[in-house]
Design a protein around this ligand. Structure first.
Ligand SMILES: NC(=O)c1ccc[n+]([C@@H]2O[C@H](COP(=O)([O-])OP(=O)(O)OC[C@H]3O[C@@H](n4cnc5c(N)ncnc54)[C@H](O)[C@@H]3O)[C@@H](O)[C@H]2O)c1
Ligand SMILES: CC(C)C[C@H](N)C(=O)O
Length: 364
């Protein structure tokens, strides 16, 4: 990867590469855009095959956070970290403390939280070194694990997408295929089961599948079969790039609405599903519940206030569908337009000089 040309193409502000031999930390902090405020985005720990894969993931996810935070109406920019390693084997306390010191060194330009492979406990360890971390234990006055709130937001957004496709947002009797039943999707399945939906699930982790089968009477299928099952709604809740040339011809769902980040492998796949008449709830709009929840910590966390904001995902998804129809564009483009327009409006509204921090004449 030609790092500088990639950064220039997609207008990235900063990439910080962190190495700590003692703990084995190898982390990439990508800060995409801080027009709206400090970059807030989670830390992913994953076994990347190559360093280039890790850079690409960090950069793509950071840009996604810029759009997610902007579309959610948050006064936050976008960033993300990836730590290279196996979250089951390679974690240690020193690693997350070293990482916390790197975050502290950015002096508030980047604030972290959980993502795939990291936990509330990891955030608590980071908190030993820096205040610029959210999603730490509620005992510290924090919001804790964001996953159940992300799940609630996906549930609410899925209802808005169902209304668009089926004329009703009632999910009772609908068949929903869920890919990956981890932290977010388990909680999503709970809401869907309680509303009376039938669930088809898959996961590479057999225990997770068994739990969904036992708790929600879900039907289990092989990981490769989830795309082609007969269902009304497909909910991708594992990793990204799963809407692609190989999977699209298999889909029977009328709606795609799930938690995973970066669901479209390429933009053209978003256009393709739009042409096929599939209602796609753009990933970063529907899965913003977690970041809305952790962002509320910046005002002194209030769970009621945060959940109310998360419920706004229903209207936000409706807004995306309205822009899509108004401008005759696929929904993923409509979401980008909504986010970009807000960033641009805010950039312009900051033209006037405002004294921040040290007075300009203070050195006299
Ligand atoms: N946790 C959050 O609050 C949050 C917020 C926004 C977006 N997301 C996104 O939602 C997705 C899920 O997040 P999570 O926190 O639940 O992660 P998780 O690791 O708890 O769950 C992911 C699940 O997917 C499974 N999986 C991985 N590859 C698979 C495959 N090929 N087929 C089937 N299953 C597979 C894993 O075994 C795991 O159970 C991720 O893309 C994450 O970035 C999470
Ligand atoms: C800030 C976090 C809760 C980030 C979350 N992992 C997301 O992708 O939105």
């Amino acid at each position: 990867m030609e790092l500088f040309s990639y950064m220039e193409n997609y207008d990235y502000e900063q990439v910080v590469v962190c190495q700590d031999k003692l703990s084995g930390l190898k982390a990439i902090i990508a800060i995409h855009d801080t027009t709206l405020g400090p970059a807030l985005g989670g830390t992913r720990m994953w076994m990347y095959e190559t360093e280039a894969d890790a850079f690409e993931d960090a950069l793509r996810l950071a840009k996604g956070m810029t759009y997610k935070n902007a579309a959610a109406g948050l006064n936050l920019g976008g960033g993300k970290t990836v730590i290279i390693g196996d979250p089951r084997k390679d974690k240690n306390e020193e690693m997350f403390r070293a990482f916390g010191r790197y975050i502290q060194g950015l002096n508030g330009r980047y604030i972290t939280a959980e993502d795939v492979g990291t936990t509330v406990q990891d955030m608590d360890t980071i908190y030993e070194e820096t205040d610029y971390v959210t999603g730490i234990s509620p005992a510290f006055g924090s919001s804790g694990n964001p996953s159940p709130v992300t799940a609630y937001g996906v549930y609410v957004g899925m209802k808005a997408a169902a209304k668009e496709a089926f004329g009703t947002d009632d999910l009772a009797g609908k068949t929903i295929a869920v890919q990956g039943v981890g932290n977010v999707a388990y909680n999503l399945c709970k809401h869907l089961h309680e509303e009376g939906a039938s669930l088809i699930v898959t996961d590479i982790n057999k225990d997770s599948v068994q739990r969904a089968v036992a708790d929600f009477n879900a039907k289990a299928v092989d990981v490769n079969d989830i795309y082609s099952v007969d269902c009304d709604i497909f909910a991708p809740c594992a990793l990204g790039a799963i809407i692609n040339d190989h999977t699209i011809p298999q889909l029977k769902a009328k709606v795609i609405a799930g938690a995973a980040n970066n669901q479209l492998k390429e933009e053209r796949h978003g256009s393709l599903i739009h042409e096929m008449g599939i209602v796609y709830a753009p990933d970063y709009v529907i899965n913003a519940g977690g970041v809305i929840n952790v962002a509320d910590e910046l005002n002194g966390y209030n769970s009621e206030r945060a959940l109310k904001k998360v419920e706004g995902i229903y209207q936000n998804i409706e807004k995306v569908f309205d822009i899509s129809k108004r401008d005759q564009i696929p929904t993923f483009k409509a979401a980008d337009r909504m986010a970009e327009e807000r960033i641009e409006r805010m950039r312009r509204s900051r033209r006037q000089f405002l004294q921040n921090g040290q007075h300009i004449l203070s050195r006299r």
